[in-house]
Write a protein that binds this ligand. Structure first.
Ligand code: UDX
Length: 467
């Protein structure tokens, strides 16, 4: 059992603490006394409301409660830890660069208060080299003669599945240039994860792996999104192409869903950050720059499908959005594509009816869109807003509740448009909807209803491919 301190009680810090506490003694530090008190009340069964929405997290915290100490006192947080994990925010500035202010503040606090040898690992997503900067700040500021090794241990948690991702990770990446410290970190993780999932490396490689993983996943989505546009143009179905390539194990079937674009707190931020970092290093990563451009373009493409159906005049129209979180099962609206679509529609005179399975997502939407308060209505029921004043239903995220809708309840719509922003309706449902006079629009599988214009393609080939 090791003594661990985690700085930051957010989306990364709290699930990580709960997981580490299965077998280690964990102290969670956050300067925000309210956050600490919220977690304490949950752990002590006095409340069921955490400040973050994460499946099974409350149960895990309670299960491991005897190994968790919560504090907003730096003295307590830095009393004799063997490992410190930094899990504070690195919000991007307007250029897309990660702001290292909070990470550096933690480094200064460690230097000020630490009185024993310790390994410091950074979990926050940071530009490669940050661990060296943190090492510099700590070494220069230490008040006591103690040995501190700084490394990196990026997280790959996805929101909504963080607890499961922690329990059964594909891999644990960590890096430290000090080989003795690296061995100790390996030892720390062997009590938590399968040995073959451990992936030790140098500090810089570990820091870069985090960006590389997110950029690669985002690139898979953008790759499919660009194919989706081609599919719509020629009449192929991107979902079928996805199946066709995804079964090749070298490609892999995950993260190939074409959609109105990826969102969330990681992909948009991290792709921008690594692209900007590479430019500053004078080694531009043009593939990631394209990934970002395609993502923005796909959202425009999807929005334009809606706008074009109303000849660009959305004044006095009413739309329903099912799923406002950037993906299913989260209250997090950061860089949420459905939110972007909602705002664009409201800017152009539409009224929006918003439903999400997570009540916190609706609350956040309300709080973050006060400027539009008379332009939207929130709903806690998936169907209550259907009426003969509704002009379109937009599917915003991939929740199962939206995959197989209760058709009878949709029929009252004035204009029967369905915009599937995540391509989740299957061919059977799309064909049924079409028979019921609905018009189905998606990102790359409109051919299910529009068919394909064989003559046009034949003429195209005759014209361009017969020298
Ligand atoms: C992601 C990574 O998955 C995780 O490993 C990393 O630590 C943080 O970033 P997260 O942002 O929580 O996690 O969500 P994720 O499930 O990856 O989805 C991100 C976005 O991509 C969502 O908007 C989702 O709808 C979209 N997406 C995902 C697609 O459009 N197509 C896909 O095939 C997969």
């Amino acid at each position: 059992m090791s003594r661990v301190t985690i700085f930051g009680a957010g989306y990364v810090g709290v699930p990580t603490a709960a997981h580490f506490a299965r077998t280690h003694k964990v102290t969670v530090y956050d300067p925000d006394a309210e956050k600490i008190s919220t977690i304490r009340q949950v752990i002590e069964n006095r409340s069921d409301e955490l400040h973050i929405h994460e499946k099974d997290l409350i149960e895990l915290l309670r299960e491991n409660n005897e190994n968790i100490l919560l504090t907003n006192s730096l003295e307590k947080a830095l009393k004799n830890p063997e490992f410190i994990f930094i899990a504070v925010g690195t919000p991007p500035n307007e250029k897309g660069r990660a702001n290292l202010k909070y990470v550096c503040e933690v480094a200064e606090q460690i230097a000020e208060h630490l009185t024993n040898d310790c390994i410091v690992l950074n979990k926050s997503t940071v530009p490669p080299g940050t661990a060296y900067l943190v090492q510099d700040i700590i070494s220069n500021g230490l008040k006591k003669d103690v040995k501190v090794a700084v490394g990196s241990c990026p997280e790959f948690l996805a929101e909504g599945t963080a607890v499961e991702d922690l329990r059964t990770p594909d891999r644990i990446v960590y890096g430290c240039d000090d080989s003795e410290a690296l061995d100790k970190i390996t030892h720390f993780f062997t009590y938590l994860q399968r040995r073959d999932s451990l992936c030790p490396m140098t500090t810089l490689s570990s820091e870069l792996t985090k960006y590389a993983a997110n950029a690669m996943l985002a690139t898979k989505i953008s790759f499919m999104n660009s194919l989706a546009l081609l599919c719509d143009t020629i009449g192929a179905n991107v979902r079928e192409v996805q199946e066709g390539i995804g079964r090749d194990q070298r490609i892999g079937s995950k993260f190939l869903n074409a959609s109105m674009g990826y969102g969330g707190s990681c992909f948009p931020k991290d792709t921008l950050a690594i692209a900007e970092y590479a430019v500053l290093q004078e080694v531009p990563l043009s593939i990631i720059e394209s990934t970002i451009k395609i993502n923005n373009h796909t959202t425009d493409y999807f929005y334009n499908k809606i706008a074009e159906d109303f000849q660009g005049n959305l004044e006095n129209t009413n739309f329903i959005i099912w799923g406002i979180g950037f993906k299913a099962r989260t209250d997090d609206l950061r860089e949420s594509k459905p939110v972007e679509i909602a705002r664009r529609l409201m800017d152009n005179g539409a009224h929006i009816h918003v439903y999400d399975t997570v009540p916190g997502a609706l609350n956040n939407f309300k709080q973050e869109n006060t400027k539009y308060s008379d332009r939207f209505t929130l709903h806690h029921d998936q169907y209550e807003m259907f009426s003969n004043e509704i002009d379109g239903l937009i599917i915003g995220n991939e929740h199962e509740k939206f995959r197989n809708p209760d058709m009878a309840k949709l029929t009252s719509m004035r204009h029967k448009y369905i915009y599937d922003g995540k391509n989740i309706l299957n061919n059977y449902i799309i064909r049924y909807l079409t028979k019921e006079q609905f018009q189905y629009k998606s990102v790359g599988k409109d051919s299910v209803v529009n068919g394909r214009d064989k003559t046009k393609l034949v003429n195209f080939l005759r014209d361009k491919y017969m020298d």
